[in-house]
Ligand binder design. Structure first.
Ligand code: NAP
Length: 291
């Protein structure tokens, strides 16, 4: 069994990005610039945004953090987005989700200029993904693609079962795995909460991608010997023996599943760390006007 090290892979990718940024700057080209809008003071969102800004520093990007009060009106946020859309120095930006309840998230996503939508959530970018056109792939699926690539996990002709069909993970992941490209060409089964006999599907899978949000959901009896398993889930499980009172576990019952598989991602340290590297890559693409 090979343990897929997302932390190490993410750092390698960030080093490569940093090298490229140095090169761009030495050629007199523009320093990539990522902005993030944070509305409100949700602690988890603050942590995510702070780590994105820190990552920008690490790779030599310029970053701008726009903080707005939790009571900011939808109109004010739309005005800020308009400003960022027309600011030529900003290559790409994200609006940290979730937004306060009084703001319509979809309306906000659709107001972001698709060419600056480095989160890849705009319908234009999702449509481009479906049509196999150059696009910003959202960070988590893009991170998984990088892991499969770096670990040279064969995909062509393989059967991939994706569990979960969310817009940010499961659904784009199923599209990417089925694409007629080097990394892709899988036969894909997309499962969800209404799937009957889930185990019958997962037992046929050469690759399982679990994005469910249920701790230890995928057990050894659901997995074929030698399969590759990508665990996207991040679940807090109460644990009074830890200082925080909880531990993070994935959607896959790691202890038993890891004994049967060829590759597996741990939680934490698997898919999670790749998200930031993917966002940086999308921003680099944006600064080079590749999309
Ligand atoms: P989500 O929007 O809640 O979607 C969960 C999906 O799982 C849904 O499609 C749901 O089906 C399906 N599902 C729920 N119960 C099921 C069951 N019993 N059998 C089969 N399918 C079932 O979650 P998400 O945003 O995709 O996130 C999934 C997990 O990944 C969460 O733990 C989240 O924290 C984690 N995550 C991690 C990263 C990372 O960077 N590592 C990034 C994003 C998310 P229905 O559509 O039928 O409801």
């Amino acid at each position: 069994m090979i343990l897929i090290d997302g932390k190490k892979t993410s750092l390698e990718l960030q080093e490569e990005i940093a090298k490229e940024v140095k090169q761009l700057i030495s050629e007199g080209k523009k320093q990539p610039h990522l902005a993030a809008i944070l509305v409100g003071d949700d602690p988890a969102s603050q942590t995510y945004v702070t780590s994105k800004v820190k990552a920008c520093d690490r790779v030599g990007f310029k970053s701008t953090l726009v903080k707005m009060e939790a009571y900011t009106s939808e109109q004010k946020l739309l005005e800020k987005i308009k400003e960022l859309n027309s600011n030529d120095d900003i290559d790409g930006y994200i609006v940290q989700l979730p937004l306060p309840k009084h703001i319509n998230e979809q309306k906000i996503i659709e107001s972001i200029s698709p060419s600056k939508d480095v989160d890849g959530f705009h319908p234009v970018n999702v449509g481009r993904l479906v049509l196999n056109l150059p696009t910003y792939v959202s960070a988590t699926p893009y991170g998984i693609v990088h892991l499969l690539e770096r670990y040279q996990i064969p995909t062509e002709g393989k059967h991939c079962v994706v569990i979960g069909r969310s817009h940010i993970v499961g659904s784009p992941m199923s599209i990417l795995m089925a694409k007629n490209t080097n990394l892709g060409n899988c036969t894909v089964t997309l499962c969800h909460s209404k799937t009957k006999n889930l185990k019958e599907h997962t037992l046929q899978a050469d690759i399982i991608i679990a994005a469910i949000g249920r701790p230890n959901f995928v057990t050894a009896d659901m997995v074929k010997q030698g399969a590759a398993v990508i665990d996207v889930g991040i679940n807090r499980v109460e644990d009074n023996t830890t200082p925080k009172g909880y531990q993070l576990v994935g959607d896959v019952k790691f202890d038993e599943v890891s004994k049967k598989v060829s590759y597996i991602t741990p939680v934490p340290g698997g898919v999670g760390p790749m998200t930031i590297a993917s966002l940086l890559q999308n921003t680099l693409k944006a600064s080079k006007k590749e999309i």
